[in-house]
Design a protein around this ligand. Structure first.
Ligand SMILES: Cc1cc2nc3c(=O)[nH]c(=O)nc-3n(C[C@H](O)[C@H](O)[C@H](O)COP(=O)(O)OP(=O)(O)OC[C@H]3O[C@@H](n4cnc5c(N)ncnc54)[C@H](O)[C@@H]3O)c2cc1C
Length: 431
């Protein structure tokens, strides 16, 4: 495995970091002020997007872009340090047209959209003129198991009709959000495919302004109000033309799996950036703050927190890079092994973020919980990461299942390592 970033990616990293220092950070205070006053997104966002695009810092995440589509066509490994840098400023990714959930939706459209759907939705998303949301989770069922989802879609003549309720749908309050990709249960369908649990759902492209779509509230997360929104949405007899089906009827589940692969890795890359920043803030604070005649940095417990944070960040980065490398080289591993890798780093990243940021908050004292540093927001996001794109427990289950599958396949091969002849036995199921 080679984790070296290509010379082009290294140059882009340098360019992106300079861009952030020169144009984004000077706007950071103004950004927060504007958002607090309800002026979201602040008027300078579009200027910054135009500037980023002019500099070639645009759609940095999508390796499979076509020749006529704007973007850098970097692989996942090359994208990692760029996403890490963007992660340090929570509004940066949008400037480079690299923010979730648009990135995942663009990937999905890229892979499964018809040519008409590409023109209508993918092109404006790639150009950053609209934004989008992905609507899967529902308040009434345990959504970590998507086979539970109850919102229905039924075929009626040349239309598709949706009914149900979704929640925590990120991005729907963004004033430029125009499209939702909705995962819905196929209303009574007697085709053979509909008989299996994993073929009962379809994805439908629903314009946000379709009659019957009602965004009933923006749900705050740990009392944090996200201006782009985590919306609760009711669908009442929402009617769209049949050609708004994305992919095949009943293929929603498989497409959702495809969508979440690189998207999860992007979250983890941004996490590493946030943790690096939290550690940088904490170490500088520890070197200047004194209690009982000593700098905080002189206390053993603070040194241990700093050391653990450094070790854990570096461990996590290596895992993330390995996962990105495997995504770029699918021929080097089994699909099941790759899925287990993605699941593993999602758990690692969530735990890393809450631990590293919490230590930093403690070093900062009360200020760490205030809105004056980015730490409280990073912690809140870390807490959400334990759930969004699937709870830790579900990912741990995937990792364990993969490991047990491997054990089943080699059953007995390890018994030669037992130390007594009685134990070097044929496993029960092979006797
Ligand atoms: C900030 C934020 C943004 C989000 N954005 C979106 C979005 O844009 N679109 C969208 O569709 N959804 C979004 N979500 C929702 C998120 O995907 C779901 O919350 C998640 O999938 C879990 O579903 P649930 O909340 O229904 O929990 P449930 O499915 O009810 O699970 C509850 C708990 O049960 C436990 N559990 C579940 N399964 C297992 C298992 N197999 N083994 C052991 N324990 C288990 C876990 O501890 C889990 O936390 C977002 C959530 C948050 C917090």
């Amino acid at each position: 495995m080679d984790f070296d970033h290509s010379p082009r990616a290294q140059a882009l990293q340098q360019q992106l970091e300079t861009f952030m220092q020169t144009y984004l950070l000077p706007h950071n205070a103004a950004w927060h002020q504007a958002v607090q006053q309800g002026d979201y997104p602040p008027p300078f966002l579009e200027d910054l997007k135009a500037l980023a695009r002019e500099e070639g810092l645009w759609n940095l995440f999508l390796p499979g872009l076509r020749e006529d589509e704007p973007g850098t066509r970097l692989g996942n490994l090359d994208y990692a340090p760029l996403a890490e840098a963007m992660g340090q400023l929570h509004w940066a990714a949008e400037v480079f047209n690299c923010s979730a959930p648009d990135t995942g939706n663009m990937e999905l459209l890229h892979r499964f959209a018809t040519s008409a759907q590409r023109t209508q939705w993918l092109t404006p998303l790639l150009h950053g003129t609209i934004r989008s949301a992905f609507a899967m989770s529902e308040p009434d069922v345990a959504s970590s198991d998507p086979t539970n989802l109850q919102t229905t879609v039924r075929r009626e003549g040349d239309d598709l009709v949706l009914n149900g309720r979704k929640w925590f749908i990120t991005g729907v309050a963004h004033p430029h959000c125009r499209l939702m990709i909705v995962m819905a249960r196929n209303a009574p369908d007697h085709s053979a495919a509909a008989e299996t649990r994993h073929h009962q759902h379809s994805m439908v492209l629903v314009p946000l302004d379709t009659p019957g779509v009602d965004v009933v509230r923006n749900i705050s997360v740990v009392h944090h109000h996200a201006p782009e929104g985590h919306g609760e949405i009711v669908f009442r007899q929402v009617r769209v033309p049949a050609d708004h089906l994305l992919g095949g009827w009943g293929e929603g589940f498989a497409m959702a799996q495809a969508r979440l692969g690189p998207g999860r890795v992007h979250h983890c890359m941004r996490t590493i950036g946030q943790c690096e920043l939290a550690l940088a803030l904490a170490t500088e604070r520890a070197l200047e703050r004194r209690t009982f005649g000593k700098y905080l940095a002189d206390y053993a417990n603070v040194q241990e927190w700093i050391a653990l944070s450094r070790i854990e960040i570096d461990q996590a980065r290596l895992l993330v890079l390995r996962c990105a490398w495997l995504l770029d080289h699918p021929e080097r591993t089994e699909p099941a092994a790759l899925r287990a890798q993605v699941a593993a780093i999602k758990v690692v990243a969530a735990g890393l973020q809450t631990r590293v940021v919490e230590r930093a908050m403690q070093i900062f004292g009360a200020m760490g919980l205030s809105p004056d540093t980015p730490l409280a927001q990073f912690w809140t996001w870390g807490r959400a990461l334990h759930l969004l794109d699937g709870p830790d427990e579900v990912h741990l289950r995937s990792v364990a299942r993969h490991e047990l599958e491997r054990a089943r396949a080699r059953m007995g091969a390890s018994s030669a390592y037992f130390t007594t002849p009685e134990q070097m036995r044929t496993p029960p199921h092979l006797r």
